[in-house]
Write a new protein. Structure first.
Length: 245
């Protein structure tokens, strides 16, 4: 009888356990309302044909990036202050400006695409569906990229009161077809657009200040931060912006 009792109890426990729902840690971001466009043409490696004369990116800047965004090291442990939720990594324009983006560094296993979107500063998006246009900056900014430190593009001229957000499209560049997959996972500099439900994990872009050259660089993490595969090193692409009136 005891054996039958314990066997029945075990079966009931297994049934109850199987009925319990797994905790939902993230929800896919839906960018289906967005249209996609490019700044110009690019070659079969994903190198833009609209590059401007290069910036001089010093070895000191590269060393600073590598020592601040340490490969395979969790930023929440090495430099937790960079993950402060109140720090806005979107670009906020207070005067009409030309905006230029300079590629600095990447360390990722994915052929990512870096892109941007804009919104009125006083009316930020509250969900991915609020993003209506996404424009590719660097079609191939990840593994196998043809870009070199200092490669630079102009993404446009924008009016005061405009904010610019950045989006990392994970693995979107297909090196075989030379096509960008718009259905790739999107991770944004605007925290609320990212899929993680825990507010502490929604940040995918951080700012690091290289005071020696008065530059503020943006580093991206290209993996869902609830995943065990995420290393949280935020060095999957690093770039900086330049504003000129």
């Amino acid at each position: 009888m005891k054996i039958a009792y314990f066997a029945t109890l075990l079966i009931l426990l297994l049934i109850v356990g199987s009925c319990q729902k797994e905790e939902v840690l993230s929800e896919p971001s839906d960018f289906s309302s967005a249209s996609y466009q490019t700044l110009g043409t690019y070659d079969t490696t994903g190198k833009p044909n609209y590059l401007l004369p290069k910036d001089n990116v010093s070895s000191g800047m590269i060393s600073y990036v590598k020592s601040t965004l340490i490969e395979k090291s969790d930023l929440s442990k090495t430099n937790p202050e960079l993950l402060t939720a109140s720090v806005n990594t979107d670009i906020v324009l207070t005067t009409p400006s030309d905006v230029l983006i300079t590629f600095v560094y990447q360390n990722t296993a994915y052929p990512n695409t870096l892109a941007f979107y804009t919104y009125p500063t006083n009316s930020p998006p509250t969900s991915a569906k609020d993003v209506k246009t996404i424009t590719y900056i660097f079609p191939n900014s990840g593994i196998g990229t043809p870009l070199r430190a200092g490669d630079k593009v102009k993404i446009g001229r924008f009016e005061a009161g405009t904010s610019i957000g950045f989006v990392m499209m994970k693995g979107a560049w297909d090196p075989t077809t030379k096509i960008i997959d718009n259905k790739a996972e999107h991770y944004c500099s605007t925290d609320i657009l990212n899929p993680e439900l825990d507010p502490k994990l929604k940040k995918h872009a951080v700012i690091i200040n290289y005071s020696s050259e008065n530059k503020s660089l943006i580093g991206f993490e290209n993996t869902n931060r609830t995943s065990e595969k995420c290393d949280n090193d935020f060095n999957d692409v690093v770039f900086y912006t330049t504003l000129t009136n």
